[in-house]
Design a protein around this ligand. Sequence first.
Ligand code: DAH
Length: 345
Amino acid sequence: MNELDSLIDGARIAFAQAQTPSDLENAKAQFLGKSGRLTELMKGMGALSVEDKKTRGASINLAKQAIESALAGRRQELVETELQLQLKSEALDVSLPGRQRGLGGLHPVSLTLERIEGIFGSMGFDVAEGPEIETDWFNFTALNTPEDHPARSMHDTFYVEGGYLLRTHTSPMQIRHAVQHVKKHRAIIDAGGTMPEIRVIAPGRTYRVDSDATHSPMFHQCEGLWVGENVSFKDLKVVFTDFCRTFFESDDLVLRFRPSFFPFTEPSAEIDIQFQRGPLSGRWLEVAGSGQVHPNVIRNMGLDPEKYIGFAFGMGPDRLTMLRYDVNDLRLFFDGDIRFLSQFQ
Ligand code: DAH
C-alpha cells in the first residue's frame, strides 16, 4: 500500500473512531488542518520537478478528496446518531392518557344555598345579603335582645374593636332589609296605603365561639322573613313545610313546631323534621328556629305592629347539607379536603 493509500485508511479509521462532532473536528485537524499530515505532504512538493509536481499533485488531490468524502460521510452519520438519541430521549407515548385540569364544582354548602334560594325564589322571596361584621344594634338590640338579656350568653362571639362584632346569626338582616324596604315605600305607608309585603331570605356566614362535630366557629344560616298586613303562623307552617318537602324531595316528610323561646319572636317555635324513609327515618331532627315577629321588632323596622304582622325563621344550611348527603361531621365541610369535596360533583 502506498503512502497516500495508508494515509486515506488512517483518516477513515480516525474518523470512524470519533464518537462526537468535536472528536471528528480533532481528527480532521490531524489530516487536513494547517499542520495536518496531508497538508505536510503538499508542502513537501516544492522540491519536485514540474513533471513530478503534476503527477504527485493529482494523486494528493485524489487522496484529499477521498479523505474529505470520508469526513463528510462520518459527519452525516454522527448527525443521524445524535438525532436518533434525541428522538429516543424525547419519546412521546401518544397512547398515554392526557393530563387533565379537572372540572371544578360548587361546595356542598353552596349547592344547598343555591337550592334554598331556588325554592324560596319560586315562592316569591327576594334574596338579600348583609355584612358579617355587624353592630350590636342590628345583631341584638333591634332584635329585642337588650344588653344583659340572658339570650345574649348563647351567642358568644368574636368582638371587633369599635363596638362591632361578628354576627351570631342572620337575623340582623331582618331589620336591615325591612328598614330599606320601608324607606322605599315610605310615601305609601305615610298615606295610609298598603305597603308591598316584605318577603325575603338572607343566607350567609355567621360566627360563634363553638367548635365540635356539629358546631363550627364559622357556620351558615339562612334567615327568612315575611311581613304584611295579614301573614299568620299558618303561613309559616305552609311555607316551611313546602320548602322542606321540596328541598329533601320527600312528599311525606313530617314537620313538628315545638314551642320555644327567642327574644325576637312571640310565639316562638323550633322546627323539627322527620323522614318516613331512609337511614334517618323516625328521628326528629331540628332544622330551624321560627316564630311570629315580636311587636318590638316590627317597631324597629319602622312599622306599626297594630297593622303589620309576620313570621320569621332561621335555619342552618350546614345541617341541611349534612342531612341531605348523610354527612356526620360538620368540620368536613370546612377542611377543604378535595377527596371529600369531589364527591359532591
Ligand atoms: N337567629 C336564631 C338563632 O340563631 C334563629 C331564629 C329563630 C331566627 C327564630 C328567626 C326566628 O328568624 O324567628 O338561633
